[in-house]
Design a protein around this ligand. Structure first.
Ligand code: AMP
Ligand code: MG
Length: 506
């Protein structure tokens, strides 16, 4: 039922951002992208948007209509493209005005899941492009496209990606590359930086208030009746950020550029650049080659998130006007994050717990058990994803050797000692190996987007073969399934991958 191809006029668009006021954005259309071609589409994202399940098929057969819209070469009726302005702290320093330098919001599509903003990333120059070219390269666009959909499948809040379009248009980075456009989708791309902009750069309290009111009305309507809705907003963003950080940490995800302009007001993973998943476990792993100080190392992400929340609180001060109230809204992070993190580790270890009844001592014992495994993994550089996946096959039978897991560790005696503690803890809750394994395989992914997998897909795509991007997407959309045909994607990274460097260049 190709309703969209037959009649894009049937799509319903709105644009709440548009109504905010001229201080918030600039209306402009995308720049033409020469000779666009499909690289990949996400049927899963299409389904979320309420598009027909076979959209990729009809998108191919609609005479190029969808392709030209998602390349930025024409608009469907109802779209009101705009670039928004924001500011932000980058690597701990105030960076002043930034903004959608290469992203254009096309409008909000009315979907069965509520209004969803569609954005073209890499759609050309905007008033916020500064000295850059408004484009995104195929390499980084493939990474963003794949990882957005992979994170969604992992159950981690994220912006989505509907489509990826390539072009022979040349773009200069360290070398000459080609351009691409990702169609991103999210209920909102609002960033901490949008608020920082009106507090610090524009110094416009009325515009700040309108932004806060819009955010609350549309994205946190339950807060409207609170005595101090903006304080409640800060507390809600704090809570969502704490949850997100616990999820990033327990899946071994490193964002790479946790600047305040890359922090979502909805607690979504936002702006995929030099991200990475942990291979050999090193808590101090820095995935972004540009981040020489390791500000955004894996172990530092939760602390940086709190630093960023302080920046958001500072930006909201003209509205809150009570620093004690603002600090009180941030305070729960210090208990919420560790609690959710511990719950995440326990789920990964297959430990059951009753949050309402357990004692502090029981919680602490579980924390030490998880911590003990992480310490061993760090000491022996055990592969993060493979270790947790193999843990599901741990046998509590007395005398079981658990060789496949044990082989990941150099210090076998230390592993054995930990294994005894783990088995004891499992027996204490009468855990059965088969039931626990099923449960653990639903939280410990077999497949994550390791750098070398993305790199292989990128290398093929540069030669005009997009089948690896499409194949990887399918694998990553079912990260917890065994998928024996994709066994190679679940293996250790090859030697050449240890030298891969991913930087901010995109
Ligand atoms: P990022 O590091 O991708 O989060 O980008 C930081 C800021 O620089 C954002 O305001 C981006 O829109 C902008 N930016 C990054 N790359 C480009 C580019 N190629 N052209 C225009 N603006 C860009
Ligand atoms: Mg960004």
């Amino acid at each position: 039922m190709p309703f969209l191809a037959a009649d894009p006029g049937q799509l319903r668009w709105s644009n709440r951002f548009h109504r905010l006021g001229a201080e918030h954005h600039t209306e402009l259309g995308p720049q033409a992208l020469p000779q666009p071609h499909w690289v990949a589409t996400s049927p899963d994202c299409a389904a979320w948007l309420g598009l027909p399940p076979d959209w990729a098929d009809w998108a191919d057969s609609d005479g190029g209509d969808s392709l030209s819209v998602l390349a930025g070469n024409r608009l469907w009726p109802g779209m009101q493209p705009l670039a928004s302005v924001y500011s932000g702290h980058q690597f701990g320093q105030w960076a002043g005005q930034l903004g959608d330098g290469r992203a254009l919001m096309l409008g909000e599509l009315q979907t069965p899941n509520g209004p969803v903003e569609l954005q073209l990333k890499g759609a050309g120059l905007t008033p916020y492009s500064r000295t850059a070219d408004g484009r995104a390269v195929l390499r980084s666009s493939i990474r963003e496209f794949l990882c957005s959909e992979a994170m969604q499948a992992l159950g981690i809040p994220t912006t989505r990606a509907l489509a990826l379009v390539g072009s022979p248009l040349k773009v200069r980075r360290e070398t000459i590359e080609t351009a691409a456009v990702v169609t991103r989708a999210a209920p909102s791309f609002l960033r901490f930086g949008h608020f920082e902009h009106f507090a610090h750069t524009a110094d416009n309290v009325a515009a700040l208030q309108r932004l806060a009111d819009m955010t609350i009305a549309h994205h946190y309507p339950e807060l409207q009746d609170q005595p101090q809705p903006v304080v409640a907003l800060l507390a809600a963003v704090t809570g969502r950020t704490a949850t997100l950080m616990a999820q990033w940490q327990t899946v071994g995800f490193c964002h790479g550029v946790m600047n305040t302009d890359n922090m979502s007001m909805l607690g979504l993973t936002l702006d995929y650049g030099p991200f990475g998943f942990l291979d050999a476990f090193d808590p101090h792993h820095i995935c972004n080659h540009t981040d020489q100080q390791g500000r955004y190392a894996w172990s530092r992400q939760p602390g940086v998130a709190l630093w960023n929340l302080h920046a958001l609180a500072q930006a909201l001060m003209p509205l809150i006007r009570d620093s004690d109230a603002a600090l009180a809204a941030l305070e729960p992070y210090k208990t919420q994050f560790p609690q959710r993190l511990l719950d995440g580790w326990r789920a990964k270890l297959g430990l059951r717990f009753d949050a309402d009844r357990e004692t502090a001592a029981e919680r602490e014992a579980d924390r030490l058990l998880a911590d003990g495994l992480l310490r061993l993994m760090a000491q022996d550089r055990a592969d993060f994803t493979i270790t947790f996946r193999r843990l599901a096959r741990f046998s509590t039978e007395p005398g079981a050797a658990n060789d496949t897991l044990r082989d990941l560790f150099i210090d076998r005696a230390a592993f054995d000692a930990w294994g005894l503690r783990y088995a004891e803890r499992l027996r204490a809750e009468a855990s059965t190996d088969a039931e626990r394994a099923l449960r653990m395989n639903r939280v410990n992914p077999k497949f994550v987007l390791r750098n070398h997998l993305a790199e292989t897909a990128i290398a093929r795509a540069r030669e005009g073969d997009f089948s690896e991007v499409q194949r990887l997407l399918k694998v990553l959309q079912h990260p917890f399934d065994e998928q024996p045909e994709a066994e190679a994607d679940a293996g250790f990274p090859p030697d050449w991958a240890t030298h891969l460097e991913v930087s901010c260049s995109s």
